[in-house]
Design a protein around this ligand. Structure first.
Ligand code: HEM
Length: 88
């Protein structure tokens, strides 16, 4: 799917998918929203001291021991409104 056709979500909508209130667990990275609900490493929305339901662009680029390729197996389900487009 072309990214422009994906639904756009606000940070408030993203925050509702933090793994605590609903079954859906979403993480935003470089303007795209990924659904990581089926990951065992994001259970309850928590991943090595990071929480889902947020834009984790900076955290992935500065704290993570892995690259963005960890998202390869997860679907992009939307675009974030007013996203961070760089982790700097
Ligand atoms: C202290 C920071 C972090 C640590 C120690 C950490 C550690 C790990 C480890 C060990 C894995 C599995 C092995 C691998 O693919 O390398 C993993 C997978 C993953 N990480 Fe992180 N990570 C961190 C931060 C982040 C951040 C900030 C994000 C999101 C922006 C993220 C997203 C993911 C995703 C989506 C996966 C794939 C999960 C799966 O395959 O089920 N990680 N992480």
């Amino acid at each position: 799917m072309v990214n422009e056709m994906l639904p756009e979500y606000t940070r408030a909508q993203l925050a509702l998918r933090n793994g605590q209130d609903r079954d859906e667990i979403w993480v935003a990275y470089l303007g795209l929203v990924y659904d990581v609900s089926r990951s065992r490493l994001w259970r309850r929305g928590n991943h090595y001291e990071h929480w889902a339901g947020q834009d984790l662009t900076k955290e992935l680029q500065h704290d993570a021991p892995h690259t963005e390729h960890v998202f390869d197996n997860f679907p992009v389900i939307g675009r974030l409104k007013d996203p961070l487009l760089s982790g700097c």
